[in-house]
Design a binder for this molecule. Sequence first.
Ligand code: BTN
Length: 267
Amino acid sequence: MPYDYESDAAIVKDHLNCVHIGSEILFLPEIDSTNNLAKKHSKNDAQEGLVIIAESQTGGRGRMGRSWHSPPETGIYLSILLKPNLKPDHLSFITLLAGVSAILTINEISHQRANLKWPNDILINYKKVCGLLCEMTQEKGDSFSVVIGIGINVNQLPGQFPKDLKKTATSLKITNGSPVNRLTVIQSFLTNLDREYHSFLNKGGNSVIKKWCLNTNLFGKVISIKHGTNIIQGTAIRLDELGRLVLLMDNGHEEVFDSGEIILNKY
Ligand code: BTN
C-alpha cells in the first residue's frame, strides 16, 4: 500500500495544540532538504511556526557539511521555522532548547536512556539516534529567522544504515526491540518544542541550560574536541551561561568552546 502522507498530515494537524509551532504544516513525499525548503519559505515571508515534514530527502544535510541519510518509511525529517525577536548572541539558546525538546521526546519513548552530546546529538548506548541542524539567517533589518532541522532514526534495522554509519548509528526500533509510531514522535517533539520555546521567550535562557545539563552524561569525562583543525583534550565540566562548552585542561585552566565536534571515545 503506498504511504498515505496526506492522512498523516491531517493527524498531526488535528492533534497539535501549540502556541507558536504549527501555524502551517506541510507534509511532502520527497524533497531535497526540509531545511532548504523552510529557508525558501522564510524568504517569502512565511510565518513563524511553519513545520515541514518529508517522508524522504534526496539531499538531507547534517552538521559540518555532512549529508543525512534520509530514506522513506523509517526516519523522521522535519524542519521548523522560528522568527524570534532576539539579539544574535541569544540565538544559540534556540539550538539548545531544540535539543532539550528532542531529548525529552526520545526519553518519553525510548526504553533505554538517551543522552545529549554537545552541541546537539542524541545518543543511546553511545550511538546516534537523532541529530539537529539549526540554521540562522539575517532577515530584513535586525531580525533573524532560525530553521531547526531534526532527523530522528525511528524504525531502521541495523542492516538499513549505510556502511559508514553501521557502527555509530542506532534507531528507536533497535534499542526498544519493537517499532515506534513516527507520528507519535513528531507530535511529542512539536509539543515539547512549543513549550520550551514559550518558556525561553518568557523566562530567558537559564532554565534551558539547566535542562540541557540534566540530560547529558558528558560532565566529568575526559573528551577530545575537534575545533577547526585542532584536536583538544580536556575534562568537560559545564556549559557556561551562553551554552558554550567549558573544558578543564591539564594545566588547570578552563577553555570555552562555542563550536566544535566531540570525538566519540566512549564517554
Ligand atoms: C547532524 O547531526 O549532523 C544534523 C542532522 C540534521 C538532519 C535533519 S533531517 C531534517 C533537516 N533537513 C536537513 O537537510 N537536515 C535536517
